[in-house]
Design a protein around this ligand. Structure first.
Ligand code: FAD
Length: 389
């Protein structure tokens, strides 16, 4: 099978350096050679391809845009291209890498002390250790500020009680970054697998993100030493800071899923013949859909490249990221729907990636801030009025 050739209608590649294109090419090739042959069966079986973790570590995917402690130290632009290529493979694989890098390594690097960084980061970078991020609770999703998980001081220890749910990598993680309410506000804690009182159980029956592990975490009188508290993770703002890192990667990742859908539909419509043996690509209604997709993908690419450059200059803020995540996810979801439509009945079978991307992207629309919540972030930014409540 030929390698994916990418979608570059407007010469967006001219905005990228040779090094950036090389990074993209190496991940693209890895996805085509290593992930693509597995992903359909993994998705159908509801299995995350854990056998790929060491290779992903060697490729530098985990915390690729972080400096030191074994991380690859790439730019935010490079990191975005990595996410794009991974999500072309599958949103579940990109989710694994997002959680490990943006939601576990980033808070360790940003809020952790030297001892915590040395202990965990190098092994997280290689994939020897897997991490998860516990913020969402059964009663608090869009509004994590309402969390009821508590951490109470007991001498030199903390006692954690509560439940986290919808946690990516939960049951396979060696280390959980858990957010809990203390007397002084929300704080972040590092809970190791095997700590008495801490357990994880998988959520079954998912029809989306089937190649990704999603779990609930239970904390019952879970005692951890103060050394396992992230000293600079102070307030809900600290947790939201992690989400900004992950959402940036998602804004890029979904471009990959959209490109895969578009390219699948483009190739199919040129081959498929109906009515007088003419390719369905010759019909205006079909071309209109392809034109919409390539235009919206191109706009999404420009948004992502610009956000990447701003992030590298430390000028990207959370409201910019809301625009990137919200726009590109909605665009990718629509590309998946339109592409599925253009393949007719064949669009629903797993010989093609369309239903898999479509189902995955429904989750991507919901997690890391729903489409609504990002609209409210943007609304607040342009009006000065918060409409969350
Ligand atoms: C596969 C998967 C993996 C996940 N991984 C993680 C993870 O690793 N760690 C983690 O902590 N969480 C994770 N999540 C949880 C995810 O972040 C939440 O599902 C998300 O924040 C939405 O919360 P909710 O599902 O409780 O929906 P709700 O908050 O109940 O929202 C339901 C609907 O109401 C709307 N709504 C809510 N409030 C408002 C409002 N004020 N104005 C307008 N509309 C509103 C929402 O937009 C949405 O349409 C994951 C979720 C999934 C599905």
């Amino acid at each position: 099978m030929p390698f994916f050739r990418g979608v570059d209608f407007l010469h967006i590649d001219t905005l990228l350096s040779d090094e950036e294109k090389l990074v993209r090419q190496s991940v693209r090739q890895w996805v085509d050679e290593r992930l693509m042959p597995l992903i359909k069966d993994c998705y159908n079986a509801g299995r995350f391809p854990a056998e790929l973790i060491p290779e992903m570590g060697e490729m530098g995917f985990f915390g690729a845009n972080l400096e030191g402690y074994g991380a690859a130290g790439m730019s935010n632009l490079d990191y975005g291209l990595i996410m794009q290529e991974l999500e072309r493979g599958d949103s579940g694989i990109r989710s694994f890498v997002s959680v490990q890098g943006a939601l576990v390594m980033w808070p360790l690097l940003t809020y952790g002390n030297e001892e915590q960084k040395r202990k965990y980061l190098p092994k997280l970078a290689t994939g020897e250790l897997i991490g998860c991020f516990g913020l969402t609770e059964p009663g608090f999703g869009s509004n994590p500020g309402g969390m009821t998980t508590t951490a109470v001081r007991d001498g030199g220890d903390w006692i954690l009680n509560g439940e986290k749910t919808w946690i990516t990598n939960g049951s396979v993680a060696h280390l959980a970054v858990v957010w809990a309410r203390t007397d002084e506000g929300v704080r972040g804690f590092l809970v190791e697998r095997g700590t008495p009182g801490y357990s994880a159980s998988d959520i079954h029956g998912k029809l989306s993100m089937r190649a990704s592990v999603t779990s609930s975490l239970a904390l019952a009188e879970c005692r951890i030493p103060d050394a396992q508290r992230l000293p600079d993770a102070v307030g809900l703002k600290a947790a939201l800071g992690c989400l900004s890192q992950a959402r940036y990667g998602i804004g890029w990742g979904v471009l990959g899923a959209a490109m895969d859908c578009f390219e699948t539909a483009r190739l199919y419509t040129v081959e498929r013949k109906q009515f007088d043996n003419r390719p369905i690509a010759s019909h205006q209604l079909v071309q209109e859909k392809l034109a919409w997709m390539v235009t919206e993908i191109t706009k999404g690419q420009l948004l992502a490249v610009h956000c990447g450059r701003l992030k590298d200059r430390k000028q990207l803020d959370f409201a910019h990221i809301s625009m990137l995540k919200r726009n590109n996810v909605a665009m990718a979801l629509e590309c998946a729907r339109l592409s599925r439509d253009l393949l007719g009945a064949n669009g629903i079978i797993d010989d093609y990636p369309l239903m898999r991307h479509l189902c995955n992207l429904e989750t991507v629309k919901t997690y890391e801030g729903t489409d609504h919540i990002h609209a409210l972030v943007l609304g607040e930014r342009v009006t000065g009025v918060a409409a969350y409540k």
